[in-house]
Design a protein around this ligand. Structure first.
Ligand code: FES
Ligand SMILES: [Fe+2]
Length: 380
């Protein structure tokens, strides 16, 4: 886990109304519930009295009541009532449940993983995904660490193999570049895969500066977007459960002028298609060992792995910077680090192709391309 970050950990709709909701996230058992004002509260699912799970209890007068001896804790975690001591007895300070700072925005529950603060940085979502979009969503439990789940969605060379019957049709095995940037804790990836015609791929450093928006965008610590068109996106959140498990939340966003039943159905059908594609990824990703991705685990990179390399390098840098109390590096410095640190093996073989088309990029205003994108997203 990278300290001092907002993690999307759940869909808001998973919080049960009027009672505690338990979930395992960020390596802990958590309980989420709403106080009298409807404000979301998140606590360690552990009663400071004798260690029972608070989630087995109920909400009483804006407090959570432990199912074991009926102790009540307010939204700050402070014990308010110990039935065995009588209604008039003050509750000692030591009866205090551990709380986490949480927010609800964009339909996700966000948890601040780090020290409590006076004020917090903004949530790392995609600002352009406003109310003009409708979305359908699926949630899948993967037996993989969330870093492996993220790697998978930054992996631009697996499609013709893992998704050969769905989104990877067309045998575009050869990877030009890809062109990748890292700014403001955001990785942007321009993808240009093609059928292998015997000519070598273009190496990443020789890819020209793209003019179109990136196809893939990843915002640390755990949010991803596949920009299939101006009005059509796939967004995923990779919620850490523990060292061996993660939740993958995938949404299909569609911008519509006046949402109607048909849009809703389209969103649901696309969400089910995403479920199928996710299952193809899941089957492979769950086999990866070691469970946690990293730079020092003896794995090798090819040039097509550049987005993954930047993810791992920046992740390490963010962890180190958080521990130092400073800012992580950004931009070309990180890209240079990847080139210095990683043995790209065949990276120098490629030539520049003239008029590189970036032909998998969605083109604004091109409806035909937009439609084909909907059928064949580039990364799932
Ligand atoms: S264990 Fe929770 S009140 Fe005793
Ligand atoms: Fe995939």
């Amino acid at each position: 886990m990278i300290p001092n970050q907002w993690y999307a950990i759940a869909e808001v709709k998973e919080i049960k109304p009027g009672k505690p909701t338990s979930m395992r996230r960020v390596g802990e058992n958590l309980v989420l519930w709403r106080d009298n004002a409807g404000q979301l509260v998140c606590m360690l699912d552990l009663c400071p009295h004798r260690g029972a799970a608070l989630s087995g209890g109920k909400i009483v007068d804006g407090c959570i009541e432990c199912p074991f001896h009926g102790f009540q804790y307010d939204r700050e975690g402070q014990g308010k009532f110990i039935p065995a001591n009588g209604i008039k007895a003050p509750v000692p300070q030591v009866f205090r449940a551990q709380t986490y700072t949480v927010r609800e925005e964009h339909g996700f529950v966000w948890l601040w993983y780090g020290e409590k603060r006076e004020s917090y940085p903004p949530l790392p979502f995609f600002d352009d995904l406003d109310d003009s979009f409708v979305y359908g969503s699926v949630a899948v439990h993967w037996r993989s660490h969330y870093t492996r789940s993220i790697e998978n969605q930054l992996d631009v060379s697996h499609l013709p193999f893992v998704h050969k019957n769905t989104i990877g049709r067309g045998n575009r095995t050869l990877v030009n570049g890809p062109y990748v940037t890292l700014e403001n804790d955001t990785i942007s990836v321009w993808v240009d895969n093609r059928v292998d015609d015997g000519t070598p791929p273009t190496k990443p450093t020789k890819m020209p500066m793209p003019m179109s928006p990136p196809l893939l965008i990843f915002r640390f610590p755990n949010i991803w977007q596949n920009r299939l068109g101006n009005d059509f996106r796939i967004v995923a959140a990779f919620a850490p459960i523990d060292d061996e498990n993660s939740m993958v939340y995938v949404r299909t966003y569609q911008r519509v002028k006046r949402p109607n039943r048909l849009h809703w159905w389209t969103a649901q059908i696309t969400a089910q298609f995403n479920r199928l594609v996710l299952r193809e990824d899941q089957k492979v990703v769950e086999t990866q060992r070691p469970k946690i991705a990293g730079l020092d685990i003896g794995e090798r990179f090819i040039p097509g792995d550049r987005p993954i390399a930047l993810f791992l390098i920046h992740r390490r840098d963010l962890i180190e910077a958080a521990n130092r109390g400073s800012n992580a590096r950004q931009g070309a410095e990180v890209v240079a680090l990847a080139d210095a640190e990683i043995d790209w093996s065949v990276a120098d073989e490629g030539e520049i192709r003239p008029n590189l088309p970036y032909d998998l990029l969605p083109r604004e205003g091109n409806r035909a391309v937009g439609r084909s994108r909907m059928k064949e997203p580039v990364v799932g």
